[in-house]
Design a protein around this ligand. Structure first.
Ligand SMILES: Cc1cc2nc3c(=O)[nH]c(=O)nc-3n(C[C@H](O)[C@H](O)[C@H](O)COP(=O)(O)O)c2cc1C
Length: 354
């Protein structure tokens, strides 16, 4: 398959594994890249030594292009950025922060830079700072998708930009890939789909919950980690998103979060008076990290909360990453032939799909 994305990254399949914390690790990243897609390592929760070791491990498993995802607002992002640049990682994906200097540095060694964004406004700004592509997350997405659903967001942004758009949010199979291409994207990123695959380090309990749950079993709320985010609907998630945190509780949580993130306590105490909303946000963020770890790593859906997308309703099995890539391409080709026939431009050999 050939699109602007396969050309840009020198890959065979316009299918991306996005950087998912504690999930997009070397084995999974390499498996997706080896199958012809682009695997992206999630560096967010890694210290610089682990990031470097992970990059080396990916390179030992595949000689194909891969990426590293940086969450710029996270503590430790500057150190991880340094590692990524020293290692000359082929594709650098960044989210939640200004990437101008990073884009320039990536281009200096011939790498490609991709910004994760969720609105047309931010997509236009990202193109202006020189990124090579945007990873656009619609409302359906797991984690921090935008307010607008992919079916409207993707064509709006594709029309506004001249660089390739990677559509994310609701894409999990060949139908999704064909739809994304028809909407003007150059490929898809599939988070929920790859989270539930053989090589994913997501706890087996949660993988099974993804298979069992439907597209309606998610919650979109800004009360979980302080930003609008989509999580799996479970009793713990309902409780975590039921009401905003009280200020005293937020203060207590914020102090704990600051300690965990290595931030000075004085900043929290000062912020209490100056910007209570920021304290609430940090508190939510800190509490969320603990809950996400409980679900993702320990499989505890009684207390933990899991980022997940509406696409869980499209996941019926736990295939290997390579099979998912191959199957998505095969389904897409089949569906494309059917659609072409329906449009009166095919061979007449319509096959029934799915
Ligand atoms: C289990 C899980 C964990 C995720 N963790 C992160 C993360 O740590 N950082 C991030 O930028 N996006 C994260 N995402 C979001 C993905 O990068 C991607 O934007 C999203 O999954 C795309 O939508 P989809 O789930 O419908 O495929 C996560 C997604 C899932 C399913």
């Amino acid at each position: 398959m050939k699109t602007a994305l396969t050309d840009l990254f020198a890959i065979e399949a316009p299918i991306v594994l996005p950087g998912m914390s504690w999930i997009s690790k070397p084995t999974l990243v390499a498996a997706v890249s080896e199958a012809g897609g682009l695997g992206i390592l999630a560096a967010g929760p890694l210290d610089p030594d682990t990031t470097r070791a992970s990059i080396h491990e990916i390179r030992s498993r595949t000689s194909r292009p891969f990426g590293v995802g940086l969450t710029l607002m996270m503590p430790g992002a500057a150190e991880n950025t340094k590692v990524v640049l020293e290692e000359k990682v082929p594709v650098v994906n960044f989210a939640l922060g200004k990437g101008e200097a990073l884009v320039k540095a990536v281009h200096e060694y011939g790498g490609k830079a991709v910004a994760t964004i969720s609105s047309e406004k931010h997509a236009v700004s990202a193109e202006r700072v020189g990124v090579d592509a945007v990873l656009l997350t619609g409302h359906e997405a797991a984690g921090h998708g935008g307010r607008v659903g992919s079916i409207v967001l993707v064509p709006a942004v594709a029309k506004a930009l001249s660089i390739p758009v990677i559509a994310a949010g609701g894409f999990a199979d060949g139908r999704g890939l064909v739809a994304a291409l028809a909407l003007g994207a150059a490929g898809v990123a599939m988070g929920t789909r790859f989270a539930a695959c053989v090589e994913s380090d997501l706890h087996e309990n949660v993988k099974q919950a993804i298979v069992d749950k439907s597209q309606a079993d998610t919650i979109y709320s800004n009360r979980f980690d302080g930003m609008w985010a989509r999580v799996m609907e479970t009793p713990a998630a309902v409780e975590a998103t039921a009401k905003p945190m009280s200020l005293p509780r937020a203060g207590f949580r914020a102090l704990r979060a600051a300690k965990k993130l290595g931030l000075p306590i004085s900043r929290i105490l000062g912020g209490f008076v100056a910007a209570p909303d920021r304290i609430r946000m940090l508190a939510s963020f800190g509490a969320a990290i603990e809950k996400v770890e409980a679900a993702t790593i320990h499989g505890d859906l009684e207390r933990g909360v899991q980022f997940i997308g509406q696409a869980q309703g499209l996941v019926d099995d736990l295939a290997s990453a390579g099979d998912i890539v191959r199957r998505t391409l095969a389904e897409a080709r089949e569906i494309q032939a059917t659609v072409a026939d329906q449009l009166g431009e095919g061979t007449g050999a319509v096959r029934k799909v799915g």
